[in-house]
Design a binder for this molecule. Structure first.
Ligand code: LMR
Length: 335
């Protein structure tokens, strides 16, 4: 009996029981993001934390840092590659600076008719092959999380393409979105998400585009008098990790994290549309932003003005990537 006890004590001291060593020294995953906690991404990150910690019995501790509290857009990518954070969920529009331009296919105007088209890409082979393109950069793509379709906002009504002429529009760091704004005669300005509210408030920029949930949770509606439900483009995320970190995880831990990811991805994609609908209602109820629903004619004029962006950006994105997306959805907006 005495001998067994002694052996047990020694084993524990040496950290031979994995449960014990996990509890004493959990694997920490810092998950940094730039939006508010009360958004589809913010809620999904919290759900991932809850599931990952429960499924690994505390062997993994997930620290979620929302609202750019740890890093802004560009810095968070660098931090992930350096291993200073372990997980991110940047918007698909932010992978160009990493050298993976194919993701900008998601930014092409009017490429998806709705979430059904989108899911044919993100839940299928095309989506998986895009995530695989991150690996040579030391980044592993784990999942796609939905947000929503973007609406345009500014200090003035935006009905026809002419209304955008000369406006300074804040954009994410995507060359496709830059081309889209130029096609409208606007002047695109890349700014980190966390600086957008202030830039709108102080007049550094006149307008922007975002799904309603981002507009509302950043209080942008308080400094944008008009918004138009253009739904001209999609904004969503790739959940990514540092590949070296992920590959070194114990197999059982990685399996549990994969399960946590799968469940939090289903959660994210289930709530995204409702969260955006709710945010739009809240913007309307605030009475601060006048919401315009475009007529069919106005939508046609916008589609026509933005159609050339698909060809213009084909070389940058890769024609085969664009064709693969058209093929997956069965929809080519030029036809
Ligand atoms: C933006 O910069 O507008 C978005 O990418 C923010 C986000 O993460 O939804």
């Amino acid at each position: 009996m005495k001998k067994t006890l002694l052996t047990l004590t020694t084993a524990v001291a040496l950290g031979l029981f994995s449960m014990y060593s996990y509890a004493a020294d959990p694997i920490v995953i810092k998950f940094s993001h730039v939006v508010a906690p009360d958004t589809p991404k913010g809620k999904a990150a919290e759900k991932f934390k809850e599931l990952a910690e429960a499924k690994t019995n505390g062997a993994v501790k997930v620290e979620v840092y929302p609202s750019s509290t740890l890093y802004k857009d560009k810095e968070e990518m660098e931090a992930l590659q350096m291993g200073a954070v372990q997980m991110l969920a940047p918007s698909l529009a932010k992978f160009g600076p990493l050298g993976v331009k194919n993701f900008e296919v998601f930014d092409l105007p009017y490429i998806f008719r709705g979430y059904d088209d989108l899911h044919k890409v993100t839940k299928g082979e095309v989506g998986a092959s895009l995530l695989a393109k991150l690996e040579p950069k030391g980044v592993k793509g784990l999942a796609y999380w939905d947000n929503g379709f973007k609406i345009m906002s500014a200090g003035k009504p935006l009905k026809t393409p002419e209304d955008y002429k000369g406006l300074k529009m804040r954009i994410q760091s995507s060359k496709v979105i830059e081309a889209q704004m130029r096609a409208l005669g606007a002047n695109p300005q890349v700014l980190p998400f966390g600086e957008t509210y202030q830039a709108l408030q102080t007049g550094v920029v006149d307008g922007t585009e975002n799904p309603p949930s981002n507009l509302y949770t950043q209080k942008m509606h308080e400094v944008q008098k008009h918004a138009t439900l253009t739904n001209h483009g999609y904004l969503g995320y790739a959940v990514i990790t540092n590949k070296a970190f992920w590959d070194k995880l114990p197999d059982d831990v990685r399996t549990s994290l994969d399960e946590a990811l799968k469940e939090s991805t289903d959660f994210a994609n289930d709530i995204a549309k409702a969260e955006n609908d709710k945010a739009l209602e809240a913007v309307k109820a605030s009475g601060k932003t006048e919401i315009h629903t475009p007529t069919d004619e106005e939508t046609k004029a916008m589609q026509q003005a933005l159609a050339p962006v698909h060809n213009e950006m084909a070389e940058r994105i890769g024609k085969e990537t664009i064709d693969a997306v058209y093929g997956a959805t069965g929809f080519d907006p030029s036809k």
